[in-house]
Design a binder for this molecule. Structure first.
Ligand SMILES: *Cc1c(COP(=O)(O)O)cnc(C)c1O
Length: 358
C-alpha cells in the first residue's frame, strides 16, 4: 500500500513516474536493458539526457545564454563549488541568512572567500529581513540566498532586488514549485531529491559569462566550464537519477507546467495553514508573508503528544511528519508530488486528533 509521504527529502515521487520506471525497468524501449545498465555515452542514454535538459529548459524558460548542468555531490558540494568557480581568493560574497541551510552555505564558503553577512534574520528564523535593510557590499562577487529554508519553512515569495549584483540561489526545496524568472539569477542550484527526482543528481543553471573563472585547484567534476564543455559527461553522470528526473519533467508538462503547479501548490499550502491558524492546538511560527508552500512546520500545544501524533498519523497512512531534530514538532513537506488528497487526509487527521486528544 502506498502511503502519503511527507518527507522533506528524499521525498515522494509522482506515482505515475514510478509506474513508468517500473514498466521500463528491465527493457527500456526495446533496448533489452535497464537504463541503469546503459553506457552513458551510448545513443539511448544520450537521448534520455538531452530530452531531460530540453524539457527542463522548457518548463523553467531557461534563456539560451544559460548552461544547464547535471552534477553530483548534492547542494552541499555546491556550497564549495560556487565560490571555487565564481570567486578569486580575497573576493567578498554577500550572504543573506534566513535559516539552517543559508548558514551551512555560508560556513562552507568561508573556507574559500571572505563573507559578508548582508542580513541575518536571527534565531528562531521565522522571517525575512526587509531587503531595504540588507547591507550589500559594493563589490561582492555574488549575493547568496536560500529562497526556501527547508527546515524552518521560511520562503521568499519574491526575487530580491540586489542592485545589479550577481544573484545566486539555493533552490533545492522550491525549484519547479512555480514559474521563476531565471534571467534574474547568475546561478541557480538544487539537489534533486526534494522536488526533481532521486538523490544523487544536482542541478546547476549558470549564466554563460560566469564560466571560465574557476580557480586552478577546482576539481574538474565541479568545474562548470569543464562540465559544460562535456555536456555534464566529463565522467559518468548519475544516469538513473537523470532518467527519473526526465520522467518527472514530462509529468510536470502533462500537468500543465509550472503555472499549474503553482496554483495547486498554493492551494495545498493555504489549506494546511488555514487549518493550523483556525486552531488553538496547532501553531506555525513563521511570519505569514514568508510561509513556505513546500515545507510546513507546526507544533502541538501539548508537546507531550508529539509521539502519539506521529504514531497515529502513521496508522492513518500519513508518514514522515517529524520536525527536524533542530526545531522539533512536526513538518509536512508538500512538494509537487504530494497530491491535494494527501493534504486533505492530513487536515482531516489533524482536526480529528485535536478533537479527541487536544
Ligand atoms: C536538502 C537541502 C540541502 C542539502 O542538500 P544535499 O543534496 O543533501 O547536499 C541544501 N539546501 C537546501 C535548501 C536543502 O533543502
Amino acid at each position: 500500500m502506498r502511503v502519503f509521504n511527507f518527507s522533506p527529502g528524499p521525498a515522494a515521487l509522482p506515482v505515475e513516474v514510478l509506474e513508468q520506471a517500473r514498466d521500463e525497468m528491465l527493457d527500456w524501449r526495446g533496448s533489452g536493458m535497464s537504463v541503469m545498465e546503459m553506457s552513458h555515452r551510448g545513443k539511448a542514454f544520450r537521448s534520455i539526457a538531452e530530452e531531460a535538459e530540453a524539457d527542463l529548459r522548457e518548463l523553467l524558460g531557461v534563456p539560451s545564454n544559460y548552461k544547464v548542468l547535471f552534477l553530483q555531490g548534492g547542494a552541499t558540494a555546491q556550497f564549495a563549488a560556487i565560490p571555487l568557480n565564481l570567486t578569486a581568493p580575497g573576493d567578498v560574497i554577500d550572504f543573506v541568512v534566513t535559516g539552517s541551510w543559508s548558514k551551512k552555505a555560508l560556513s562552507e564558503a568561508k573556507r574559500y572567500a571572505s563573507v559578508n553577512v548582508a542580513a541575518d534574520a536571527g534565531e528562531p528564523y521565522v522571517s525575512i529581513p526587509p531587503v531595504e535593510t540588507w547591507q550589500l557590499s559594493p563589490n561582492a562577487a555574488y549575493v547568496h540566498y536560500t529562497p526556501n529554508e527547508t527546515i524552518g519553512g521560511v520562503e521568499f515569495h519574491f526575487i530580491p532586488d540586489v542592485k545589479g549584483a550577481a544573484l545566486v540561489a539555493d533552490m533545492s526545496s522550491t525549484i519547479l514549485s512555480r514559474p521563476i524568472d531565471v534571467s534574474k539569477y547568475a546561478l541557480i542550484y538544487a539537489g534533486a531529491q526534494k522536488n526533481i527526482g532521486p538523490a544523487g543528481l544536482t542541478l546547476v543553471i549558470v549564466r554563460e559569462d560566469l564560466l571560465g573563472r574557476a580557480r586552478p585547484e577546482t576539481p574538474s567534476v565541479f568545474n562548470y566550464a569543464a562540465m559544460a564543455k562535456e555536456g555534464s559527461m566529463l565522467n559518468t553522470p548519475p544516469t538513473f537519477a537523470v532518467y527519473i528526473a526526465g520522467l518527472v519533467f514530462k509529468w510536470l508538462k502533462r500537468k500543465g507546467g509550472l503555472e499549474a503547479m503553482a496554483e495547486i501548490n498554493r492551494a495545498k499550502a493555504d489549506k494546511l495553514y488555514a487549518t493550523i491558524d483556525a486552531s488553538s492546538f496547532y501553531r506555525n511560527p513563521v511570519a505569514k508573508e514568508a510561509r513556505s508552500w513546500m515545507n510546513v512546520p507546526f507544533t502541538l500545544a501539548r508537546p507531550e503528544l508529539d509521539k502519539v501524533f506521529i504514531e497515529e498519523a502513521k496508522k492513518a497512512g500519513l508518514v514522515t511528519l517529524e520536525g527536524h531534530r533542530s526545531v522539533g514538532g512536526m513538518r509536512a513537506s508538500i512538494y509537487n508530488a504530494m497530491p491535494m488528497e494527501g493534504v486533505d487526509a492530513l487536515v482531516s487527521f489533524m482536526k480529528e486528533f485535536e478533537r479527541t486528544k487536544g
